[in-house]
Design a protein around this ligand. Sequence first.
Ligand SMILES: Nc1nc2c(ncn2[C@@H]2O[C@H](COP(=O)(O)OP(=O)(O)O)[C@@H](O)[C@H]2O)c(=O)[nH]1
Ligand SMILES: [Mg+2]
Length: 372
Amino acid sequence: MDKPRYIMIGGFLGAGKTTAIARFGQYLADGGKRVGLITNDQANGLVDTAMLRSRGFATEEIAGGCFCCRFSSLTNAAENLTASTKPDVFLAEPVGSCTDLVATVTYPLRRLYNDQYDLAPFSVLVDPVRARRVLGLDDGRQFSPKVTYIYRKQLQEAHAIVINKTDSMDAEAIDGLEAVLKSEFPASRIFRISARQGGIEFEKWMDWVLEETIGNTPAMDIDYDIYAEGEALLGWLNATVSLNSDRQFDPGALLQHLCSQIQSAVATNDGEIAHLKMTLSPHTGLGDVAIINVVRNDIVPELSQSIDEPVSGAELVINLRAELDPAILEQIVRDSLSGSSLQQSSQVADASIDHIESFRPGRPVPEHRDSI
Ligand SMILES: Nc1nc2c(ncn2[C@@H]2O[C@H](COP(=O)(O)OP(=O)(O)O)[C@@H](O)[C@H]2O)c(=O)[nH]1
Ligand SMILES: [Mg+2]
């Protein structure tokens, strides 16, 4: 029997990894393949994991550290999926602030588990607006140099750089980005896709990922001190909140209000949002959820899923990753949920925080590192 294909899809926070994995998984499932998904985060209780499971995918979550630092959890997760689902294809999403994944995950998997998994090359997705800013093509708010160091290292180690969200930018601007990526990272294949829309370009990338073998190129050099300092500049916050009101409120309008409040407060504190994702699940209802995402300070909040009916009680889950002190992030989120902020939106609801945690990722210490 053929070995299952093991595919890792990386890229910075907010690049579209989860969206791409959900679409990739759906194509495979529609073609009769069994799929196992592996998600990863520094904290647990991920919006992503809940969303992927709600779509019917067998999904294992590795929480509390990244794949490279928890290599054994990664192989355990794959074994659990094998026991439950026997996947033909694994799709794994590493933490968006991680890099050096070829040396710390792909090569060790190949060395230690070559008989069990057929390893695919490593794709790194980019958001074209963010990438144009990082590469100096456009002005606009940036991350600081050590965070940008991680971003560029992600591009440098990619076997394929995948420009995502091509539906959201004109072709000329994407051409300009592709030209710079080609000249700065000549060893990588470049694809242009829309994970949101799918289509022929998405299929070309999938075919390549499913067929291409990885070569024996030496892993890139990386300075773990700068990498660790870059990661430590990022603040992570997860919260679960109960919303209750005597009056009915509009879930979408409430999410939009909270999003704008958090965006402007992060900007006022000189921070930059990498990814803010919130879901709102009504206490009553048929399992519908409203979802909102933003991937920069200066992007208009957009509901990717909405609920038509007003509600009077709901659970709100917040996943926020930004370049800002986590204590300040926590204060910002608490302020946005205060009575005076909620009243401003005329969406009167009382918010009580059931759980909140905020922290900086610790220094990455990989279990394995193979330079080739
Ligand atoms: N316009 C557009 N938005 C996208 C596309 N792919 C993802 N997004 C949006 O980008 C945001 C982050 O996506 P997500 O998959 O959660 O990113 P991740 O952090 O890399 O897993 C969400 O608002 C997505 O709806 C795309 O192809 N086009
Ligand atoms: Mg994700």
